[in-house]
Design a binder for this molecule. Structure first.
Ligand code: PLP
Length: 485
């Protein structure tokens, strides 16, 4: 709590004192003097400080409560929220003939900017500007950033990095996959990837001359017993399989780590949204279970913003050294700017506050979406972690129809089709497998078609508009598919 709020009242002004107090607090919040989660003085204490009656301050607080700037916590006091959403709920956009309407975008991937404290964000960028412009870039990354990452991993992912492993700054996950592929693999090598899976990781492998073989997934994530023979590495997303959303249970993790130890094949653990988890106990990272065989990748793209362009790689020294040699040879490596911003956010506690705020902001969004889908009898996968869920559909035709229906009603829906490894328009003639998915066991084919719905990115007001529209579209399509029409 601030000792003194910088409020100046003009007793001769036309505006009543309570309006001046409310204006002053709003101004303090938008300029960053007051920050989200700051506790305000009691109305009695502030009245005493300003030399006004308590009713003046109480009226100002009431007004700010009504506008959404303040929340009261029973037994604890009055707190500043983030700035209230400026955009009121708007009706779903409907396109006229030949017009492109702006769609409410439910694609997965983008983070929750609404939860970001804009003043803290701006302050961190300003502080990052003070770092020396002449400093030589450290190829491993900025030391303070890597320290902040070690602390973050320990506090939020239960990973003790830095003992037998080394921590490198990266320019994000896709860039790290590319560096690993170029530095530690050879053109012609083969990597097994979850199918469906993260297209940018596949793109990074292919661009490095690495072939990608699909490894099927089920409700527990990557099927270890179906990892194809003859691969030199395995890429997976155990915390929240992208895109299907499975959390790999402990038994499957043990199986995967034993596979890696038995075969000597390294595992790339893409922990892209591992910080986000709901009502479930944490599971050990693969990197914590087997630091010798796991290359752990993290990113700030989901918890903060891809605008930072930074992430981290934790691996055994041999892998880290090969990446450093690659960086030295190619003059590449992550830019310091985003690392400084992250360091500043971590140093002043803004990162921890932001993660707490995310954990408060995302659950009601998830609840809104999941309950709307389940109420209409739809199956929902992957809702206990991350910031997207999947509604499976019985056929490619149903998926196409859902995407088209969504578009016609003003929402952009993402189909699973484009996330299948064989679906990428392949500019690299190295895809060794055909789009024919008949090789999959029937139980796995069940997860082939569907819609992925992201709930982090849209402002809450727009999400409230988009969710019932999307749920209705999906319910209609599922019912028609069931009836065979
Ligand atoms: C599976 C997966 N991994 C990683 C990322 C983040 O990648 P980057 O750090 O390159 O932004 C994403 C973003 O959408 C993702 O879906």
């Amino acid at each position: 709590m601030l000792e003194e709020l910088p409020l100046v009242l003009d007793r001769d002004a036309a505006d009543p004192l309570s309006v001046q107090v409310a204006d002053g607090l709003r101004e303090a919040a938008t300029s960053g003097v007051l920050r989200a989660d700051d506790r305000l003085p009691s109305s009695r204490a502030l009245a005493q400080q300003l030399g006004v009656s308590r009713t003046v301050v109480a009226a100002a607080y009431d007004q700010l409560h009504a506008e959404g700037w303040l929340i009261g916590k029973p037994g604890s006091g009055t707190y500043l929220t983030t700035a209230p959403a400026a955009t009121p709920a708007r009706p779903a956009p409907v396109a006229g003939p030949g017009e492109a309407a702006e769609l409410l975008d439910l694609f997965p991937g983008a983070p929750c900017i609404e939860a970001l404290d804009q003043s803290a964000w701006r302050r961190a960028w300003r502080a990052a500007a003070d770092y020396s412009a002449v400093a030589r870039k450290d190829r491993a990354g900025e030391p303070e950033y890597r320290d902040a990452v070690v602390e973050h991993l320990l506090r939020h992912r239960g990973l003790q990095a830095g003992g037998d492993t080394m921590v490198l700054s990266t320019a994000g996950t896709s860039s790290a996959v590319s560096e690993f592929a170029n530095a530690a693999l050879r053109p012609g090598d083969v990597v097994a990837m979850e199918d469906p899976g993260y297209q940018r990781a596949m793109g990074a492998f292919l661009a490095a001359g690495i072939s990608v073989h699909p490894a099927p997934c089920d409700a527990d994530g990557l099927r270890v017993d179906l990892i194809p023979d003859g691969v030199q590495a395995v890429y997976c997303t155990p915390a929240h399989q992208f895109p299907l959303g499975a959390r790999m249970p402990a038994g499957r993790r043990v199986e995967l780590v034993e596979f890696a130890r038995r075969t000597g094949i390294p595992i790339i653990e893409d922990d892209y949204d591992g910080e986000l988890r709901y009502d479930t106990a944490p599971l050990p990272l693969l990197a914590a279970m087997a630091p010798d065989v796991v290359i752990h990748l993290g990113t700030t793209s989901k918890i903060l913003s891809p605008a930072l362009g930074v992430g981290w790689l934790v691996a055994a020294p041999a892998v880290v050294n090969s990446v450093l040699i690659y960086r030295e040879r190619t003059g590449s490596g992550p830019s310091p700017a985003g690392q400084h911003v992250f360091t500043e956010l971590a140093r002043h506690g803004d990162l921890a506050r932001h993660l707490r705020r995310l954990r408060r902001t995302l659950p009601p969004r998830r609840e809104l979406l999941v309950s709307a889908l389940r109420r209409r009898g739809l199956e929902v996968l992957g809702d206990d972690a991350g910031s997207h869920v999947v509604v499976p559909l019985p056929s490619a035709a149903a998926e196409d129809r859902a995407v088209a229906e969504g578009r016609a009603h003003g929402v952009a829906l993402d189909g699973l089709a484009r996330h299948h490894l064989a679906a990428q328009d392949d500019p690299y003639p190295r895809m060794p497998f055909s789009p024919n998915r008949s090789h999959l066991p029937p139980a796995l084919g069940r997860h082939t078609f569907g819609i992925i719905l992201g709930y982090a990115a849209l402002p809450m007001a727009d999400l409230s508009t988009a969710v019932p529209i999307a749920a209705d579209c999906l319910a209609r399509v599922a019912a028609a598919a069931h009836a065979g029409t």
